[in-house]
Unconditional design. Structure first.
Length: 577
């Protein structure tokens, strides 16, 4: 019988090695599992994030993008996209007395030396005032709106207390041009006075400021208007001037100027004094410019059907003890065209008598004369207008532009209605697209408008508006010279001279108003103070400048047909006002 040998014992070292290998393998497997679980968790989290972004969180909006990318205030442009107001990064000069610590002096050199260095960089600085601020040891602005090259010069001074923080600034690239339209932005970041105030919410809303706010203003027309008004104002030493150019079919204001102007880039005491807007906020008695409106009302209501009818004009009228007279005796009798050409108060008063006070008052109301002017600007003057039933004398004086005070904008809108076929529309400073013009309201028949276009043209060809006759542009209009109200009466030495015009009269497209406040008789006006000598020439120079820009080219072969009225015109002597 064979006996089996006993198994040979496994060495203890080999057993330990196997255990170590098994443990290492287990650890490796656990690590792999943990890494796999980690990747699964990351993948799951990523998938959840993607799902949340895709189905729960809203997509990035225009507002959020605008907040991140756009300046804090939107841009304003003219109707052609020319920038009028924009925000841009700028430097400011800030004085920080604690820049070197509290233990030492704030400046390395004396305040006077540093002020002199700053004066060399910024010549308009008040050196003594800056030196006083530096010596006071109080932190504060020394200057806003610093150009990068000037900022580098300030750094070169070597004073750590002169800091140049970056800020967002409001800049008006055209300077003072259109200042009364634009207004300005105050230190609190909100608009004041003009369209900056009107559009404040839009310009600061990220959802809207991505697109520039386009105004109706044409910067080229605005520049020409301001230039001619300034030239006219200075030539007769007037205290102020105002004017506008209005599209007769849409109510869009192509230019609006009030002089003296201010610079919205630099608001100081002088600028604040000039912020008053003479076009929309000041009311005036605009004199004889109202006479065509009165005649239009009379023709429209059938009170004047025969333009050849003559009215006695060589004797003053006395109504309720008040004399109505002309500045000079024109002729024993005048018809309506002659009354307009020679600007007769007497003939106009007699036309009002034919029309009736109630009818004239209704027309003036329909032309918006009893309300503030219709425009977006916040500063709008309230007319001086008798609300109650007009008596005969009141109607007569209103008929030739006295006893009622309105803004030049009132007058422009009324003339637009008179020449555009009879439709009154509110004025606007917003650019309008095709078909966006308001329907307006009918005030005159189209036939009345056609007749008035003839009469306005005749005033320029034969009457007081001859100095406004720009060759080839078929200008029509009316002069007006009125004494300024003063202490319950009138100041005979102070006039408001106005010329209200439209062109081209064969198909009117634009109304132009030019007004001078207290013009003097100078050599430039042949020592005359009335509108025929100072306001009308402004329009005569302005129209040839702006006509081609607005698509109206001079054409000497065209004009409105006056053949049926010219036989009524002849009269000895020249028209004057």
């Amino acid at each position: 019988m064979t006996t089996l040998a006993a198994p040979r014992p496994i060495p203890a070292g080999r057993i330990r090695l196997v255990n170590i290998r098994r443990r290492s393998l287990l650890i490796a497997q656990l690590r792999t599992l943990l890494v796999g679980l980690a990747f699964l968790l990351l993948a799951g989290a990523a998938l959840m994030r993607i799902a949340w972004l895709g189905f729960v969180q809203p997509a990035p909006t225009e507002r959020s993008m605008a907040e991140a990318l756009l300046p804090p205030r939107g841009e304003i442009t003219d109707r052609n996209g020319t920038p009028l107001a924009r925000a841009f990064p700028a430097y400011a000069l800030w004085y920080n007395p604690s820049a070197l610590g509290d233990s030492g002096p704030p400046l390395v050199r004396s305040a006077q030396e540093v002020a002199a260095e700053l004066k060399a960089i910024f010549p308009d600085l008040d050196q003594a005032e800056i030196a006083e601020k530096l010596a006071s040891g109080k932190a504060g602005y020394l200057r806003r709106r610093v150009l990068p090259e000037d900022a580098n010069k300030v750094y070169a001074i070597g004073e750590l207390a002169l800091e140049m923080p970056r800020e967002t600034d409001r800049h008006y690239p055209q300077g003072s041009l259109g200042a009364h339209v634009l207004g300005y932005v105050a230190a609190d970041g909100h608009g004041r006075v003009g369209m900056e105030a009107v559009l404040d919410k839009q310009l600061t809303d990220p959802a809207q400021r991505a697109h520039p706010a386009a105004l109706s203003i044409d910067v080229r027309v605005q520049g020409a208007l301001e230039d001619e008004l300034r030239r006219g104002m200075l030539s007769v030493d007037a205290v102020g001037a105002a004017g506008l150019v209005l599209d007769v079919d849409t109510g869009e204001v192509l230019a609006l100027a009030s002089l003296p102007e201010f610079d919205p880039n630099k608001i100081d005491a002088e600028g604040e004094a000039n912020m008053f807007n003479r076009v929309t906020n000041q009311v005036y008695e605009l004199g004889s410019t109202f006479k065509p409106l009165t005649v239009a009302a009379a023709i429209d209501h059938g009170a004047v059907t025969d333009l050849s009818k003559r009215f006695e004009a060589d004797k003053p009228m006395r109504v309720d003890g008040f004399p109505i007279r002309d500045s000079h005796t024109i002729a024993p009798t005048l018809n309506v065209p002659q009354g307009l050409i020679h600007s007769s108060n007497i003939v106009t008063a007699k036309v009002v008598d034919e029309l009736g006070a109630d009818r004239l008052q209704r027309v003036m109301r329909d032309l918006g004369m009893e309300e503030r002017p219709y425009i977006e600007l916040p500063a709008r003057g309230y007319p001086i207008y008798e609300k109650g039933k007009w008596k005969r004398l009141r109607a007569m004086t209103v008929g030739y532009g006295h006893g009622i005070a309105v803004t030049p904008l009132h007058l422009a809108s009324a003339y637009a209605a008179m020449v555009n076929g009879g439709i009154w529309r509110p004025a606007t400073l917003h650019k309008l697209g095709p078909g966006e013009a308001p329907r307006g309201r009918r005030v005159f028949k189209s036939s009345t408008s056609a007749r008035m276009n003839q009469l306005l043209r005749m005033i320029v060809v034969y009457g007081t508006g001859r100095s406004a006759d720009a060759a080839g542009f078929r200008v029509g209009g009316k002069t007006g010279s009125a004494e300024k109200a003063s202490d319950g009466g009138y100041a005979r030495t102070s006039l408001i001279s106005t010329f209200a015009a439209a062109f081209p009269m064969d198909k009117p497209r634009y109304v132009v108003i030019a007004m001078l406040d207290e013009p003097k008789g100078t050599i430039a006006s042949s020592y005359q103070r009335t509108a025929a000598w100072n306001a009308a020439p402004i329009v005569g120079r302005l129209v040839p400048r702006i006509g081609p820009l607005l698509g109206v080219l001079p054409d000497d072969t065209r004009d409105i047909d006056l053949t049926d009225l010219e036989p009524l015109v002849p009269l000895a002597g020249k028209a004057r006002e």
